[in-house]
Structures are given as C-alpha cells and as structure tokens.
Design a protein around this ligand. Structure first.
Ligand code: GLA
Length: 378
C-alpha cells in the first residue's frame, strides 16, 4: 500500500515537472555562444540571459541587437515575442532595425543637416531626403564590447565609442548600454553617454514586438500615456506642431485595438505614416521613469508595459514590412507583423528649437532608462 502510494506520488511529481515550460529547466545566468563572424573575420557572439522565472533574452554584440525575448502567456507558457533572424548573416544583409540599438541619433534629422554652436554638420541621408537612425552605419551595425554580469538578475553591459566625425556627428562619444533581465520579467535598458565636443544624442532600441508570437499586431490593444502627438510632413519630419490626440485615430488614451483606425486615411497623418509611425508626447515628468505604453494581446493574455524617462515614444506599426524577409523559425514578416515602441527625444530636435534639447556637452552625462515589463492577464 505504502509503496503504491509513493509510486503514485512520484508519478504525479514527474508529470508536474514535465508540464513546466521547458525554459524553467535551465539555470539562471548568462551564457555565451558564437553567432558568426563579420566579412572582415571579426567574431560575433550571442549572449543568453535567463532569470529565475524562466524568461530569456538573447543579445548579440553586433548592433547590440536583441535577437529574442521570451514572455509568459496567461498559462505561464513562454514564447518569443520579438521579430528577428536566426543568423548573423541575415542581420548583416538587411535588417529593418529588428532588436537594434539605435544611435547616435534615433529617428530622423531633416535633410541630414543641423547647426550646433554656429557650425553646420552634414550627415549621410539614408531615408529619402533625411538621415534616419544614426546614418548609413549607425550603432545598429557596429560591434559593441560586451561584458556579462552574472547574478539572479543577469546583465549584459555593452560599450562603444563613436569617433569624432563618424556618420557626420561631432565629438568622440563614449556610450554604455546596460541590458538587465530582472526577476519580475522586466527587461531594463540603461543608456549612458559622454562626449568631448558638443554633439547631439538620442539613443533608443528598435525591438519589434508581437505578443502572440505570430500573425499581425492588428488585434493587439494599446494604451499610450499621451494626450498629444507630433504630426509630420510627407517625409515623416515633425512639422513642429503639438497636436491633441482627441478625436483623431491617434487617441490611445484608452486601450484600443491597433487595427481599429490604422487605415483611416481620411486623416492625412495616417496616410503619411502608412499607418502609425509617429512620436507621442508622454505625459508626466521627463527624467522620471513613468508608464508610457501598455500593450495587451487578447488571444494569449500577454501584457507589455513600457516605462521610460524619455519625453516621447515612437509608435511604429511595421508598415514597411512587406513579406520579403523571412525571420526566426521560417516566419515571413508581412506588413504589420510587429510593433515598435521606441522611447526617445523628439525626432529632428537638433533643427527644432522649441523641442526638448538633444545637445550633449563635454562634462555632462547623457542618461536615460527604459523598462519593458511582461505580465499576463485573463
Ligand atoms: C522607425 C521609423 C520608421 C521606419 C522604421 C524602420 O521606426 O520611424 O519610419 O523607418 O524605423 O523601418
């Protein structure tokens, strides 16, 4: 009788163990593997960060790219919720900034020109007439020096020094970005930079999220803590106006399905953006970390909350994805397969005096923080 009872108990225990998400089977910490090498032979690594809850982040030192992030659904099942590729070669060949660290200047600078302290600087243009995301070889395409930090909140420190004149920007810029996978399934990014000449800086991360792990993001429901957004011209440069979101397709003050108004081209802003591709001005104080955005995916129950010290968030709905890229596990990325929530200063701020400044001077330290927190609900 007693043996029988013990056997049943053992069987029950085994069954429970097998039903756990596979990601819980491994130890927390940081592991390093080879991701490939660049055409000049430089080796590139892939770091896997795992926390005690079983969440996992894969990061490569090429472009500081977040290759994957897993998050639990309402049943506790972890799945990859980011867009990306299986191989380094695919990232090098053509990456629409999946997972990438963006700098020296995130988003657009009109006509690739700005004036600082009376001197005009010319940047390479790579997006029609404008300079986008740091230029032809932005921080998303350079090799960062990675230092893993073990612990129950595994961390990866990435360092890069952009040279004076690199991609047209003045000043040697010493950049440090820290990715930390916290116990509560939040992924925290700390950005820091110093310069030896006045320059402009706007660092962000360009991860594309899809909380269902497949399909489009049209059924995801979004809340943005912003009652104004920045309308743009036809080349997506802000006009300088701050426009109220009330009574426009840009009102996400209350949780709203992305698909509900994304094709409302009676609003010229939707036409210019081909959907959503705009900066929302966040309510609350700059420099204090505040809730900027909440995304809920009804079929899985996954929830993503974005907290940031930044004054704006670029909500981009993957409008330029067109089915020509095949990503992880053979998934073809169609239009609107992913959404980006790029926390940032305003686009084109170096040319728009009324926008919060993006100038960094010698002796100052640029510091911003953004945290992506993953939970679930019924
Ligand atoms: C940003 C821009 C978009 C687009 C993507 C990359 O989010 O605002 O217009 O260029 O990057 O495809």
């Amino acid at each position: 009788m007693r043996t029988q009872l013990l056997t049943s108990l053992f069987a029950l225990l085994m069954l429970t163990a097998c039903n756990q998400p596979t990601s819980n089977d491994q130890q927390p910490g940081v592991t390093k593997s080879t991701f490939g090498s660049l055409s000049d032979g430089q080796p590139v690594d892939l770091y896997t960060l795992r926390n005690t809850a079983g969440m996992e982040a894969k990061i490569t030192n090429y472009g500081g790219i977040i290759v994957s992030l897993t998050a639990p659904d309402r049943e506790g099942q972890f799945a990859d919720v980011t867009l990306g590729f299986d191989s380094l070669n695919a990232y090098v060949a053509k990456n629409p900034y999946f997972g990438a660290l963006i700098g020296r200047y995130g988003n657009r600078i009109a006509k690739g020109k700005f004036t600082l302290d009376g001197k005009e600087y010319t940047l390479p243009t790579n997006d029609g007439p404008n300079s986008l995301h740091g230029g032809v070889k932005g921080f998303d395409k350079v090799l960062w020096t990675a230092t893993p930090v073990e612990g129950d909140e595994p961390t990866l420190k990435l360092a890069y020094t952009a040279k004076d004149g690199e991609e047209g920007y003045p000043g040697n810029l010493v950049v440090e970005v820290t990715y930390k996978l916290q116990k509560d399934n939040s992924f925290k990014i700390d950005y820091q930079a110093t310069t030896d000449k006045p320059t402009v800086v706007n660092l962000t991360n360009h991860t594309y999220f899809n909380l269902a792990g497949k399909g489009t993001i049209l059924d995801h429901e979004v809340t943005l803590n912003a009652d104004h957004f920045l309308p743009v011209n036809e080349t997506l440069i802000p006009t300088g106006e701050r426009r109220a979101v009330a009574n426009t397709p840009f009102d996400f003050m209350k949780s709203t399905g992305i698909g509900q108004r994304i094709n409302d081209s009676s609003d010229v802003q939707i036409k210019y953006g081909l959907g959503y591709d705009h900066a929302w001005i966040l309510s609350g104080k700059e420099k204090t970390e505040k809730l900027a955005a909440t995304v809920y995916e009804p079929s899985t129950g996954r929830v993503l909350e974005v907290f940031t010290t930044e004054p704006a968030i670029q909500f981009y709905t993957g409008n330029f994805l067109d089915g020509t890229l095949t990503g992880k596990a053979g998934i073809v990325y169609q239009k609107r397969s992913g959404l980006c929530l790029e926390t940032e200063h305003y686009p084109d701020a170096p040319n728009q005096q009324a926008f919060p400044t993006t100038t960094l001077k010698p002796g100052e330290t640029y510091r911003t923080t953004t945290t992506y927190t993953f939970t679930s609900r019924k």
